[in-house]
Design a protein around this ligand. Sequence first.
Ligand code: ZN
Length: 236
Amino acid sequence: MSTLTAVVDDLVAANRILAGLGVLDGFGHVSVRHPDRADRFLLARSLAPELVTRDDIMTFDMASTPQDGDKRTPYLERFIHGEIFIQRPDVISIVHSHAATVVPFAASAVPLKPIYHMSSFLRTGAPVFEIREKFGMTDMLIRNNAQGAALAEKLGDNSAVLLRGHGYCAVGGSIPEAVFRAYYAQVNADLQQRAIALGGRVTYLEDEEARLYDETNRGVLGRPWGLWKAKFAPKD
Ligand SMILES: [Zn+2]
């Protein structure tokens, strides 16, 4: 199997997994940088992630323009992917989600912070992108390269960025890492809200604790990925 075929299969698996885990529903998407060309990325055509197959994967340049004369309808928010790939050469995969548990943190002054080891990647923070700052009144979507670039700038060197009134993005150095971060950002948001609701002071992971678990996690990431693939990826 060529590298490209394997990457496309993993991208299809990521779509199914994220839908299966409830990170994506009829909306949201996941991309991967092209394994042979750093200036191209792969993303499904405009389709619910749970329905994505190999044949639905399109190739885009970093302006998020479809390649090879592909006339199929792309996602409206594809500019998220191109602009983050441009600004973050270390990023291989990007998930964009509207998962409900994260949205409150994009709308309130309470920052999303790592409440347990699984979300230690949040240790550097998850900044909130306020689209009104540069673009005034919009429908909240990232519809062009300028909006995508501003979002990528807000992401900075972090693993996740929240979009006020909209959702969030998680990035990773591989498809499994981006999927892991998208899922556990959502779980963290749920747990953090529960801890806050209990009242009293909430203790988050220290930066050093989170950094140490980050190192550990690199060695065990294959385990949840293997489980999720077995449960949700197409069997053919
Ligand atoms: Zn969106």
